[in-house]
Write a protein that binds this ligand. Structure first.
Ligand SMILES: Nc1nc2c(ncn2[C@@H]2O[C@H](COP(=O)(O)OP(=O)(O)OP(=O)(O)O)[C@@H](O)[C@H]2O)c(=O)[nH]1
Ligand SMILES: [Mg+2]
Length: 351
């Protein structure tokens, strides 16, 4: 999973990136990556049950992308920039509210304007790519060269939507159409996780409430204070709880960002536990057991027989697999079983 921090200059992207990753982005880079393990209480507790095994959490990559200058407005993201964003699962625009003064509603209004401007840039980037593609298709047709029908259809739909300023994440595309345009990595196809970076004096809850109208399908908004988050990240683990309480923060931004990103991407996780490793696997909600097995190893998918499944909550409560088996909580599931969040799964296979 990759989350790209984007937006206007000086919104606090790098400050947030540092608080999330502990890394200082190199100066002058267009995009700077940082990998982080996803904290997971359940995984920690499973590891306590199997302390000899290695603990392998899922990872997320944050990308700190250089900000757009306000003078560049209405020019769209540069092609080199969109290449960096190609692999991002979630786009996370960061907006600086901390420089603004005024009432909550006034600050919210300024944020709305900045958000709209950025969304326009995303639309313009997609428009440039789609138009150039449409021209190529048209010219091929004119010269009697056969074109990919699914791509032709998809690009037409894409252009229609963009002309109406509709982000592509909101349109319906068939599986083939979606596949035909995947390589163009349209930016408005990606879910948006908007961050409003508030200042110390600003009321986060009020701002969050005032901006609730911005949220929509595949579009969420979080208000946080990047500087405070950086302080939290700098504290020793054992002091964090007290500090959060003092600051009236429910959970650090890193957790909220990951939670929202999992939600936007429709991700859940299952676990494997064994003598050598206890591990968390992120998958899409609705994934059948046989495909989830394929995440672990292709042999497990190919030779899948059955999966032994127990919810991690039951396993943690009873303390062992055999206790779960005795209580009838360990189930045998077939290929089509839809894996649930928190399942502990052991795949029986033969190849
Ligand atoms: N008061 C306050 N200052 C902040 C906050 N977040 C960032 N800053 C300051 O704002 C300035 C810009 O922050 P950066 O994190 O470098 O912003 P950026 O979005 O990475 O900027 P570019 O990389 O140029 O696009 C720095 O001087 C930060 O210290 C905040 O939450 N509160
Ligand atoms: Mg920066």
């Amino acid at each position: 999973m990759q989350i790209a921090l984007i937006g206007w200059q000086a919104g606090g992207k790098s400050t947030l990136f540092t608080s999330l990753t502990g890394l200082e982005p190199a100066y002058g880079e267009e995009a700077f990556p940082g990998m982080v393990e996803i904290p997971d209480d359940t995984l920690d507790r499973l590891h306590e049950l199997w302390p000899v095994a290695k603990k392998i959490p899922a990872k997320v990559q944050y990308l700190d992308v250089a900000g757009l200058a306000h003078e560049e407005k209405r020019s769209g993201f540069k092609r080199s920039m969109t290449n960096h964003l190609q692999n991002a699962g979630v786009l996370c625009p960061v907006f600086g509210a901390f420089q603004e003064s005024g009432s909550t509603e006034e600050v919210a209004e300024m944020m709305r304007a900045l958000i709209e401007d950025l969304e326009t840039e995303l639309l313009l980037s997609d428009m440039q790519i789609a138009e150039s593609r449409a021209e190529k298709i048209a010219s091929s047709k004119q010269r009697g060269i056969k074109v990919d029908a699914a791509e032709d259809r998809a690009i037409t739909k894409v252009l229609d939507a963009l002309n109406e300023e509709t982000p592509l994440r909101l349109i319906e595309l068939g599986a083939e159409e979606e596949k035909a345009i995947r390589s163009y990595a349209f930016l408005t196809l990606k879910p948006l996780l908007i961050v409003v970076n508030k200042g110390e004096e600003q009321d986060g809850e009020a701002l969050q409430a005032a901006l609730s109208d911005v949220e929509g399908d595949l579009k969420r908004l979080i208000v946080l204070d990047a500087q405070v988050e950086a302080e939290i990240a700098g504290l020793p683990e054992e002091d964090r709880g007290d500090f959060l309480e003092d600051m009236g923060i429910e959970s650090p931004a890193s957790e909220r960002l990951l939670q929202e990103s999992f939600y936007l991407l429709g991700l859940i996780r299952f676990f494997t536990v064994g003598d050598d490793e206890v591990r968390s696997w992120p998958i899409r909600k609705g994934t059948p057991a046989v495909e989830a097995a394929g995440e672990i190893h292709s042999d497990l998918q190919r030779g899948f027989i059955r999966a032994e499944v127990v919810p991690s909550a039951d396993l943690l409560e009873l303390g062992s697999m055999s206790a779960c088996r005795d209580k009838g909580l360990l189930r045998l599931e077939g290929k089509t079983y839809e894996v649930r969040d928190g399942d502990v799964m052991h795949v029986r296979f033969a190849v």
